[in-house]
Write a protein that binds this ligand. Structure first.
Ligand code: AP5
Ligand code: MG
Length: 216
């Protein structure tokens, strides 16, 4: 089984949704720098405070900050593989990851790119709801949340992320096209890149990812 994976794709492409399905089905631990930094902000830590403005504006947090987060996470949790949701996002981050994994003789198995249209991105970002207490992610369309926006798991309030504003989304997409898309060539060259049509429903996308994870 493949157990060292990076999930790449535009905002709203479904990285978090698929990471959650992967960890539930295959038990591979998952981490997301975006989720870590949102939690740090909620906790009021210096890291959360320093990075919240960049995130709110739709920019990318400096590579050194993100690489340190990933290195720390790998040290604590990396022994049984990983799914990185939204890392790497720049060529220098990918190079740092390759160097870290080389040092540990644990090469990356798969770079999965969730490809979605801009229409899909806009629809999903404008419809996303997230539980403020447990982080559960859903969408307005998935339930009767317009009447009672309450988490089905913990009863916490379902809210919109503060970077899910359509103007901020333009900045996020600009960063994605400028800094993240060049990673396709990086992973193509290493033979690890697999592009998946992320416009389809969750289960179809997950079916393709599962086949990749289970492949020899
Ligand atoms: P991050 O939190 O990673 O945000 P993102 O990349 O913009 O991606 P999203 O979380 O918005 O979307 P997703 O692909 O996870 O989609 P989801 O599954 O939620 O990063 C936030 C910020 O942190 C960045 O902008 C940056 O500032 C900073 N940051 C993070 N990582 C960094 C890095 N490496 N370097 C520098 N800075 C970094 O799905 C979206 C919605 O669609 C949900 O409502 C979901 O229910 C729904 N949905 C999902 N799949 C489907 C489907 N197949 N069909 C229908 N609906 C679906
Ligand atoms: Mg996400």
């Amino acid at each position: 089984m493949k157990k060292r994976l990076v999930l790449l794709g535009a905002p709203g492409s479904g990285k978090g949704t698929q990471a959650e399905l992967i960890t539930r089905q295959f038990g591979i631990p998952v981490t997301s720098p975006g989720a870590i930094l949102r939690r740090e902000k909620d906790l009021g830590t210096p890291l959360g405070t320093e990075t919240s403005e960049i995130i709110q504006q739709g920019g990318l947090v400096p590579d050194a900050t993100i690489v340190k987060l990933i290195e720390d996470w790998l040290r604590l949790h990396g022994a049984h593989g990983f799914v990185f949701d939204g890392f790497p996002r720049t060529v220098p981050q990918a190079e740092s990851l390759a160097a870290i994994l080389n040092r540990h003789h644990t090469p990356l198995d798969l770079a999965i790119w969730l490809e979605v249209s801009e229409e899909t991105v806009r629809d999903r970002i404008s419809g996303r709801l997230q539980c403020r207490s447990c982080g559960f992610v859903t969408s307005v369309a998935a339930g009767n949340f317009s009447e009672r926006a309450v988490c089905p798991y913990c009863e916490g309030p379902l809210v919109r992320r503060n970077d899910d504003d359509l103007e901020v989304l333009q900045n996020r997409l600009r960063e994605y096209h400028a800094k993240t898309e060049p990673l396709a060539a990086f992973y193509q060259d290493t033979g690890l890149l697999h592009r998946i049509d992320g416009n389809r429903d969750r289960e179809m996308v997950f079916g393709d990812i599962s086949r990749l994870i289970e492949s020899k």
